[in-house]
Design a protein around this ligand. Structure first.
Ligand SMILES: [Fe+2]
Length: 185
């Protein structure tokens, strides 16, 4: 399950209902899908898409998405730091950012127009929809691994528009769960 933190208020939300309600107030949709056991996190991309076809189709109907794919990031992914460098600065885009985590972890920060910055640590079984235009940034956690289903209306709309606000620098890319301690090097 996700862990939501509001660092400026020293507040942590850990229940699904609290998280759904709170994120709803800043326009971010969150769902917890509990049928993970039916499909291996290491299945092929197509098996993942087929396995979650009903959920994907429901999201397409609800949100107007037309395409879905699977992104796979592991510590050995070529150009990983460059790739992360594109997403870990505050930005927005004309496309919703819809992610269902199949494996690993991801840390979103959202900077609402009015209100405190919110961090959302995602793990397998968590779905998030960051709406178009919302300012946000993304980091990996200590496992530097994330496998996620993505949905798109128009993939060209997903180009990051950077705010260059520097607000992201004020928030450490810290994941809160006990299993996310970065490996010793
Ligand atoms: Fe984004």
């Amino acid at each position: 399950m996700a862990v939501v933190n509001i660092p400026d208020k020293h507040l942590t939300l850990k229940s699904v209902s609290e998280i759904e309600t709170f994120l709803g107030t800043i326009g971010v949709a969150y769902e917890r899908w509990e049928n993970l056991k039916q499909i291996s996190a290491d299945a092929s991309d197509q098996e993942i898409l087929d396995g979650y076809a009903a959920e994907i189709n429901a999201l397409k109907q609800k949100g107007g998405y037309v395409a879905a794919d699977v992104i796979n990031i592991v510590p050995t992914t070529p150009g990983l730091d460059e790739m992360l460098g594109k997403f870990n600065k505050e930005h927005w885009h004309a496309e919703d950012e819809v992610r269902f985590i199949v494996k690993g972890h991801g840390l979103f920060h959202i900077a609402p127009e009015d209100g405190d910055v919110v961090s959302i640590e995602m793990e397998a079984g968590d779905l998030i929809c960051v709406p178009s235009g919302a300012r946000h940034w993304f980091n990996l956690c200590g496992d530097r691994t994330v496998r996620a289903i993505r949905l798109f209306k128009d993939s060209s709309g997903w180009t990051p528009q950077y705010t260059n606000s520097g607000v992201d620098a004020g928030y450490e890319p810290v994941c809160f769960g006990p299993s996310h301690i970065p490996p010793a090097v």
